[in-house]
Design a protein around this ligand. Structure first.
Ligand code: G3P
Length: 225
């Protein structure tokens, strides 16, 4: 499963890239707006951090298909081939996806709240489809189940697509989809940190250090003995 960062803060991206096994960075217009900076400048700086191999996800905002396609060409020209254009899974979006498929520009279906939205984006040739887990939960439905249904529908039709599940607010949502074998998840830095934040872990490591220092002396390590 690929594991991406859903954020545009450069310091946060650098920190998560340093410590965790990460495959890319996803953004959306709201995430970029939080930076208060020129979107292409921010995205180019993210590209520098993640390198040529990292996958970068950037959303088109035009209301009509032709505009989305023009945006997609510019996004890939500015940010490289490993950049996937996020296209909303709407009728105009599906039209744009079919055009992008013909041009060989990689894209992902986004703003997905229903299983059939995800299925249709996959059928249009999306590399990924992005259900919004927590937002679906907040509407009174089961975001993880919607994501599993999309995963199953894609597999049943043997499409070359998969989930980039997004909008996580807790570890359990991420775990459920990790266990299910989805193609990718994209998670905000605070939720990533929460995946491994646990008082029991800290306490176990403190005890190991105390016991070892009791044996060989303060500050000693297996290297310094
Ligand atoms: O791009 C989709 C995803 O980032 C939405 O996340 O946290 O705004 O629900 P959130």
């Amino acid at each position: 499963m690929k594991f991406c960062i859903d954020h545009a803060d450069l310091d946060a991206i650098r920190r998560i890239y340093e410590y965790y096994p990460v495959d890319g960075v996803s953004t959306n217009p709201s995430i970029l707006a939080k930076t208060g900076r020129d979107p292409y400048q921010v995205l180019k700086e993210i590209r520098e951090i993640i390198g040529e191999d990292g996958e970068l996800f950037v959303q088109a905002v035009s209301p009509e298909a032709e505009g989305m396609v023009r945006e997609a060409r510019r996004i890939v020209r500015e940010l490289g081939d490993r950049t996937l254009v996020k296209i909303p899974a709407t009728p105009e979006g599906f039209k744009a996806m079919k055009m992008l498929k013909k041009e060989g520009i990689r894209f992902i279906g986004t703003a997905i709240y229903t299983a059939m939205q995800g299925f249709l984006a996959a059928k249009c040739g999306a590399d990924y489809v992005a259900p919004y887990i927590n937002r679906i939960d907040n509407m009174g439905f089961d975001g993880v189940q919607v994501a599993k249904d999309i995963h199953d529908a894609i597999k049943a039709s043997n499409y070359d697509s998969g989930l980039l599940a997004a909008s996580f607010k807790n570890s359990q949502q991420v775990l459920e989809l990790t266990k299910y074998g989805v193609k990718a998840v994209t998670v905000a830095p605070d939720v990533i940190d929460g995946l491994v934040k646990n008082a029991a872990i800290d306490s176990a490591i403190d005890q190991f250090t105390k016991d070892f220092e009791g044996l060989v002396g303060p500050g000693k390590t297996m290297e310094s003995l």
